[in-house]
Write a protein that binds this ligand. Structure first.
Ligand code: GLC
Length: 428
């Protein structure tokens, strides 16, 4: 498929999934649904992906509106939830029916979830600012971003090492990732209803504890420092420090220092010398969960991770291993792991290919000059779109599409293509 066609198809799915507030007197919003039927809400990290995609499509005004919408319900203390239910409590027709009843209107007030998702917002704002040069927009967003990242540090760094703890599997954006199995006490190989009950129980206990983080930490039933989540946090603190500097805001130093501390703790706490990988850790003792998923690579994108460590991780698990080498990479768990299931399942993130991992690793491969490998990750997405369209996730062997339909993430390929273009320009 030609590049223009990929851009066209991406534009189509994004525009068809986009929604703007229309209700008189209602809250103002403007966002893109990750999938119109299954995920009609505004999701935190999805919104950031949509911003990257819109930027690559040249739609900077829409990208800005998506971010303004994401922060429109920010709490006074800085918190922004991982899902925003704009006038909607559930997907589908049932919601349409209930919402049409005037007496139930109050029940359907817009609100946010109590959880968080990978904090990519600073990078998203930086991308829009870089592309549009709009200082007014940056001035509007900067105080909101600062409050948001301060909220995370204050509420989720429980032991002061800089790393953030997630309190539910759903916070990492990789819902049923097998590294959480031992944390919830699931010992089966393949996911089943027992795992379901154990994960639901985590959320139920969080709810019973009224999302009081101190209490949740004391009880300690689900405390995970996720490598993916924390790498994104470190990257975004750096991006935020850069934005502050652009605006001559002294807070730049605070965020820059914190970014360095987080990166250092990622190495100290998560890196395992023997197996050359970065692992999620759990509990108050930071116990490593040695299961290979693509997030074992994530920290290599951080600029201040020692070069020899990054090299070892990539050599061991990417360049010289069969673990993630499938026809349509990257499977979201190593093929050899007992939980690996390449097919469709309600227990997502346990085998198939999710585009975000390609997008993430591509940054590193491209910057370090692994041209062939970085292009391979792009080509694979193009083929997946051609073969199966825009789906939530794909079979890593056959490329068959699964899960939600008209799902936007494959559109990240246009951002990757733009990055390649820029990189090539640099080389000329
Ligand atoms: C799934 C994904 C999550 C995403 C959401 C909406 O739950 O696991 O990362 O944000 O769908 O796309």
């Amino acid at each position: 498929m030609k590049n223009e066609e990929i851009f066209e198809k991406t534009r189509k799915v994004i525009f068809e999934n986009m929604i703007k507030s229309e209700r008189e007197g209602g809250k103002k919003f403007h966002y893109t649904k990750p999938s119109p039927s299954r995920y009609p809400f505004q999701f935190f990290w999805d919104t950031c992906f949509h911003v990257f995609i819109l930027n690559a499509l040249g739609e900077h005004t829409m990208a800005k509106e998506h971010l303004i919408s994401l922060f429109a319900m920010q709490k006074e203390d800085g918190f922004v939830g991982h899902m925003i239910y704009w006038d909607r409590l559930m997907p589908g027709r049932l919601a349409d029916f209930f919402q049409s009843k005037p007496r139930l209107k109050n029940f359907f007030q817009s609100h946010m979830s109590a959880l968080v998702q990978p904090p990519m917002a600073a990078q998203a704002v930086a991308g829009v600012y870089e592309a549009s040069g709009d200082e007014q927009f940056l001035k509007q967003m900067l105080p909101k971003l600062k409050e948001y990242y301060r909220w995370l540090a204050k509420n989720r760094d429980f032991n002061g090492d800089g790393l953030l703890t997630i309190i539910s599997p759903f916070e990492s954006g990789m819902d049923w990732k097998p590294t959480y199995d031992p944390v919830v006490g699931f010992s089966g190989k393949k996911a089943n209803w027992r795992l379901f009950l154990k994960v639901v129980n985590v959320d139920f206990r969080n709810y019973l504890n009224n999302y009081n983080f101190k209490k949740i930490y004391q009880k300690g039933y689900f405390l995970v420092k996720d490598v993916g989540f924390n790498t994104i946090y470190a990257q975004n603190l750096k991006a935020l420090a850069g934005l502050c500097k652009d605006m001559e805001d002294p807070a730049g130093e605070e965020f820059g220092k914190l970014a360095d501390r987080v990166s250092k703790s990622i190495v100290d706490v998560m890196y395992d010398k023997e197996t050359c990988a970065f692992y999620d850790v759990h509990g108050k003792e930071d116990i490593k969960i040695k299961i290979l998923t693509p997030t074992v690579f994530y920290p290599v994108v951080l600029k201040n991770i020692p070069e020899e460590i990054a090299k070892k991780v990539m050599d061991t698990h990417f360049f010289n291993s069969r673990a993630f080498a499938t026809p349509y990479p990257l499977p979201c768990v190593a093929q050899s792991h007992s939980s690996f299931n390449p097919g469709e399942s309600m227990y997502i993130w346990r085998g198939p290919t999710w585009i975000v991992n390609n997008w993430f690793l591509h940054q590193f491969l491209m910057e370090k000059g692994y041209r062939e490998e970085s292009r391979k990750l792009i080509d694979s997405i193009k083929q997946l779109i051609e073969k199966s369209g825009f789906r939530e996730y794909y079979n890593p062997f056959t490329g068959e599409g699964y899960g939600a339909k008209d799902f936007t993430w494959a559109g990240l390929v246009v951002d990757m293509m733009k990055m390649e273009e820029k990189e090539e320009e640099k080389l000329i």
